[in-house]
Design a protein around this ligand. Sequence first.
Ligand SMILES: C[S@@+](CC[C@H](N)C(=O)[O-])C[C@H]1O[C@@H](n2cnc3c(N)ncnc32)[C@H](O)[C@@H]1O
Length: 347
Amino acid sequence: MTTFDHAILACPITKENLRMVDLNQTQLAFFEKYKPHFQGFINDSNTVVYPVVQGVIVLLPNYAMLANGEEKPMPFDKDRVFRYYNQIEYEQLDDSIVYSDAKKFVDFRPVNKTYLENALKRVSKYIAPTGKYCLDIASGPIGLKEYLELSAGYEWRICIDISINALIQAKKNLGEEKGIFICGDITNIPLQAEVCAAVISQHTLYHVPKNEQETAVRELYRVAKEGACIAIVYNWFYHSLLMNIALLPLQVYRVIRHLLGKFYVKLWPSKPRLYFYPHSYFWFKNLGYGDKLNIYVWRTLNVQFMRLYIHDWLGGQKMLQFFQHLEDRFPKTMGFLGDYPLIVIKK
Ligand SMILES: C[S@@+](CC[C@H](N)C(=O)[O-])C[C@H]1O[C@@H](n2cnc3c(N)ncnc32)[C@H](O)[C@@H]1O
């Protein structure tokens, strides 16, 4: 953790550089359950201190210790996601540790294996194969092998996530030697500008409050080096024409449940529920990146489609090969029609 160049870090509150310091135990009482290493980072003006917890550098404003005693609470919708991912359990899947809700979003039956693996490898088509820093923003525990391998050619994978627990798991899955583990927010990335040779963000932007998603994209762009690619895996949900046609009654039910969920969390805020808001294809196209922004397919089919239509006895393998062929041949069209697009911005 200490061997990388700390000059890449930025204080998310004052934007100053950070340097490493020893912290005394009383300052860290709040973090006792994480068994702190008595190390931390302080900004240039000595006004903000951030702890290091089990090798994770905690650069999230709500965990910061400010000299003036001020606190930086999170807004409601971000706090929902924060609490959800800090309370979630983990489980073993083959050789890896993944979120215990992974099966809700991914159909891991053997019939889907190749199709799912191909989607997980797709980002590598667009980012440079080698470089110094590959930023994986909102990395989660990095459970799946193909996802882990995306940064194989890089000196460092910078894993940033809002959840300290996820980063502790990521450290186990990735190993300490090639990883920099930072607890931080995608809408206020605690890195200096132009640091990263590649930026990946999978399945996170749609969990960011709708009015902050543009800020998050601008942050991903800010920390990318000139010429680097930013790869964002997104979910169109009810904007996906193909899924709407193929799953119509189910999609209507899902949209109603999604809208009711928004009231439910306000009425019973104690149970953390995941926030979700999908912007449309045209929203991304109108962000102002012009030809630098292209939308390809990551995966056409969602978990609901797979559970309903993909079965060995229904020729599931053949059906998936057909979709795979369409995705390889028409990546932009399928990125528009399918459920999961891959938004690529070249800086
Ligand atoms: C669905 S998981 C995706 C994890 C991983 N990227 C993957 O593809 O398996 C979403 C992750 O985003 C993180 N997250 C949510 N909001 C965030 C934010 N504002 N800043 C940083 N991470 C965030 C969560 O803690 C969680 O680990």
